[in-house]
Ligand binder design. Structure first.
Ligand code: MN
Length: 232
């Protein structure tokens, strides 16, 4: 007999290239405005003092290839293509070099966003939860171990909607490096295995509609895709 009043949800895990076992996800942190060109298209400037964050619940994560309905509560659902990475070791109050060494693997991610609800939050100076923490809005491809991916440099990051290129940039455009992000965040959280960080999106974000297929990629990583069911 179970100890619980209802069956707990299964652990969400991602495939890792070359590993028989999956990477179980615990937390998802997302960096805002990490590409100057995207900050500009949203009418903002990049904050050069420090990176900043919002979060998504792991319960709202899905694997690449998912087919989901267009979400409720929005008429302006946007795609954001991002580099994600996960940690493999504890990091707390660390410097950038120690933080970088704790990165276990990289992957492609979609940070799907209710842009209208995010704007409501900005206008009312309230949290972005309804804009960002959307069911099915964190879409992840399989992970590639850091040792296999190599250094983040000038890899191309791109996204297509129904085959048409919408986002096309270089990871070299990131304002804050992965190590810098982890080091900064480690002054607020006891980070470690199970923690994922999304590193922000380049320019070219835009709306998607029911029936659209969104597919993204980064040189050297497995791609990510999401289909919004037609007529939903
Ligand atoms: Mn984002």
């Amino acid at each position: 007999m179970s100890h619980y009043l209802f069956e707990p949800p299964a652990v969400f895990s991602l495939e890792v290239g070359g590993e028989a076992r999956g990477y179980p996800l615990r937390r998802i942190f997302c960096v805002g405005r990490n590409y100057a060109a995207h900050a500009a298209e949203m009418g903002n400037e990049v904050d050069r003092e420090a990176p900043w964050y919002f979060t998504k619940q792991v319960a709202h994560a899905v694997k690449s290839g998912a087919v989901l309905p267009y979400p409720p509560g929005t008429t302006n659902y946007h795609h954001e293509m991002e580099l994600a990475f996960v940690l493999g070791a504890p990091v707390f109050c660390a410097g950038a070099a120690e933080a970088q060494a704790a990165i276990y693997a990289y992957g492609c991610a979609l940070d799907m966003t209710r842009r209208d609800r995010q704007q409501d939050g900005k206008d009312s100076r309230r949290p972005w939860s309804l804009g960002k923490d959307v069911e099915g809005s964190a879409v992840f491809g399989p992970l590639t171990r850091a040792a296999d991916f190599g250094a983040v440099a000038e890899q191309r990051i791109h996204l297509k909607v129904n085959g048409a290129v919408k986002q096309d940039a270089s990871l070299a455009e990131m304002v804050w490096s992965c190590g810098e992000i982890v080091a900064h965040l480690s002054h607020y959280y006891h980070l470690g295995a199970g923690d994922m960080i999304l590193t922000g999106t380049p320019a070219g974000v835009g709306p998607v509609r029911a029936g659209d297929t969104i597919s993204g990629g980064i040189d050297g990583l497995a791609g990510v895709s999401l289909t919004l069911a037609a007529g939903a």
